[in-house]
Design a binder for this molecule. Structure first.
Ligand code: MG
Ligand code: ZN
Length: 187
């Protein structure tokens, strides 16, 4: 069984511009390439899990997410990093695009994308981590038995201020690189 880092995309790996829908707005954080290289060297599969409900709302063109992910991987590869897989949820229960405006099993914090990755790639979720900038990312991880880290980039600082009293989390970190140091130190 393999172990993985499940990464939220917008606000965690790249700047969250809100419904990213054109390549010129794709901006990786300056530490993203190095952070992913360190995690890979530590033996983790690197898997993006991202809600892209802009597809269901007609705010993102069909096919753009694939174009965006190809470009993201190209930039990571240029720096000696890469991703093993990318999963996205195109749905929204109240969207406008037929076929995508549904109650699905994959919209975070529901675990569908992680369940798919566990099945597709033979991953042990209890040996894995989820990193994201929202409590829904943290709770996605907690729901599948993984450990979770909230990063303060993207929406994270605001989320930290609005932390529900019952919310649990392994760590709150300034950014993805800080999260990597927590993960590496935990072994
Ligand atoms: Mg995010
Ligand atoms: Zn979905």
């Amino acid at each position: 069984m393999k172990k993985a880092i499940f990464l939220d995309r917008d606000g965690t790996v790249n700047v969250d511009v809100g419904y990213l829908h054109q390549l010129k707005d794709l901006e990786l954080f300056p530490w993203t390439v190095d952070a992913l290289r360190l995690l890979k060297r530590a033996g983790y599969e690197l898997i993006i899990v991202t809600n892209q409900s802009g597809l269901a709302q007609g705010l993102i063109a069909p096919g753009f997410v694939e174009v965006c992910h190809d470009e993201m991987r190209r930039r990571l590869q240029a720096g000696g990093a890469d991703l093993d897989a990318l999963y996205y949820c195109p749905h929204h229960p109240r969207g406008t695009v037929e076929g995508l405006s549904v109650d699905c099993r994959c919209r975070k914090p529901l675990p569908g994308m992680i369940e798919d990755a566990v099945r597709d790639r033979g991953i042990d979720p209890t040996a894995s981590w989820v990193i994201g900038d929202k409590w829904l990312d943290v709770n996605l991880g907690r729901g599948v038995g993984a450990r979770s880290i909230l990063v303060r980039t993207g929406w994270g600082a605001e989320q930290e201020e609005k932390r529900p009293a019952s919310q649990q989390v392994e760590a709150v970190c300034d950014n993805l690189m800080h999260a990597v140091s927590v993960i590496l130190a935990s072994r």
